[in-house]
Design a protein around this ligand. Structure first.
Ligand code: GLU
Length: 439
């Protein structure tokens, strides 16, 4: 079955790894089913939503390899929402309420004192037309609540399994504010219906909304989509991510030099029964994608693990996948160094070792050894066999082997005690530079 999914961020900030995970799961669903991915900006809060944030979100999604098939803005659909709200009003499903925030607060406190659940008492339903006229003549404007059926709403959640929520335990939700603006709940339902959304994949913070939204969908005579609520991410400490969201934004990961597919692989596989491993493109993730593999337990996000995954991804990338980003380098260079970097930008360290200036490190007791090694450097042309031929000769001449043989050569040639295979590096360094450094 093909699917139409949507990712519905509010453009009131940039997206972080948690939102990105929602987007990626939706993208995988669309890809797996040959379906469509709708990017819907939930910008009913016109005061806090900005074009700049919307553009930033589009950039972040693009970097993650997500190419929406359709882009929609809730702020451009108010006329449609008004039409539907009027229909619900006419049917008595949307009713006007006049309580102030203070009044509602007092009601809640009284309920608490009596150990009653803090559910809206529907006092406004008892108002007569006269009462309402009086209130409005006194300058009061209504906000509008949806009259819940008060029944057990059930759905088969693709991640959480069968769900039952008794809407008698909920207050009738406010759908329209006093100033006529919409809360998120109704526009989302209308859009999901109008755009023929088949699957709503979102965080479990929306589970209760789902019960309400299913009731609204049915009140509008439509069929509810399939729902899947994934667990939320926590930090490595098991606490919510919210405090460090800035550093976990997709923008900062991009600027920090992470590979998009490392972020995607991590986000897609986190909290699943599968191993977290780097996928170089979406194809492999799509192949193994199944919402049923996602665990209900909160998934721990650890930046260190992401960095490891980034390194692992780079270690296996072919030259073709990176050559555009490493102008001036060669395939031989890439194959030599890819196993020794965590981020692509680390290539600069090894480029310096190969092409730039190195301060050779030669211990006093190795001076003679290095001089002998220098005198035995084979003539060019050099290739992958040169290192072996050279070190065999040095070994024979100096009686050294193992670490005492190799480490002083590495320290002199690269100035470092660790790094890529010298068999691969040596021909890249070349004879002239090697002669300079073995001194
Ligand atoms: N704008 C909502 C949010 O970001 C969308 C939730 C949904 O997917 O319906 O939480």
């Amino acid at each position: 079955m093909t699917s139409i999914v949507r990712f519905a961020p509010s453009p009131t900030g940039r997206i972080h790894i948690g939102n990105a995970r929602t987007a990626i799961l939706n993208w995988l669903m669309a890809s797996k089913t040959g379906g469509q991915f709708v990017l819907r900006y939930d910008d009913t809060d016109t005061a806090r939503s900005t074009q700049e944030f919307a553009d930033g979100i589009a950039t972040d999604l693009d970097w993650l390899g997500i190419k929406p098939h359709r882009v929609e803005w809730q702020s451009r659909r108010f006329g449609r929402y008004d039409e539907v709200a009027d229909k619900l009003r006419a049917e008595g499903r949307l009713y006007p309420c006049y309580e102030t925030a203070d009044e509602l607060d007092r009601k809640r406190k009284r309920q608490e004192a009596r150990k009653q659940p803090p559910i809206y008492d529907r006092a406004a339903l008892k108002l007569t037309e006269e009462d309402r006229a009086k209130l409005e003549a006194g300058g009061k404007k209504p906000h509008w609540r949806f009259k819940l059926d008060g029944r057990v709403v059930e759905w088969n959640d693709q991640i959480r399994g069968p769900q039952h929520i008794d809407t008698r335990s909920l207050s009738d939700p406010v759908l329209v504010r006093e100033d006529g603006s919409y809360l998120y709940t109704l526009p989302s339902v209308i859009d999901d219906i109008d755009f023929a959304v088949t699957h709503v994949i979102r965080g479990e913070d929306h589970v209760v909304n789902t019960a309400v939204q299913i009731e609204i969908t049915q009140a509008l005579g439509a069929r509810a989509p399939t729902y899947a609520h994934h667990s939320l991410l926590t930090g490595a400490d098991g606490k919510g991510l919210s405090k460090r969201l800035g550093s976990l934004s997709i923008g900062s990961m991009r600027e920090g030099g992470l590979e998009p597919m490392a972020v995607v692989s991590h986000a897609a596989l986190l909290g699943t029964s599968g191993n977290i491993h780097p996928c170089a493109d979406y194809a492999e993730l799509v192949e193994g994608f199944d919402l049923g593999k996602l665990s209900r337990a909160p998934a721990r996000f650890d930046e260190t693990e992401l960095l490891h995954l980034n390194a692992k991804l780079l270690h296996q990338l072919p030259w073709d996948a990176v050559k555009d980003r490493l102008p001036g380098d060669s395939e031989a260079f890439w194959l030599a160094i890819r196993g020794n970097i965590e981020k692509l930008s680390d290539a600069a360290t090894w480029r310096d070792v190969v092409k730039g200036h190195v301060t050779p490190v030669i211990a006093l007791e190795d001076t003679d050894f290095i001089a002998t090694a220098r005198s035995l450097l084979p003539p060019e042309p050099w290739d992958g066999t040169t290192w072996k031929a050279w070190t065999e000769a040095v070994k024979a001449a100096t009686d050294r082997k193992g670490k005492p043989l190799f480490m002083p050569l590495r320290m002199a040639l690269t100035g470092l005690g660790h790094g890529p295979e010298l068999a691969q590096l040596l021909p890249l360094i070349g004879r002239d530079k090697a002669l300079e450094r073995l001194f």
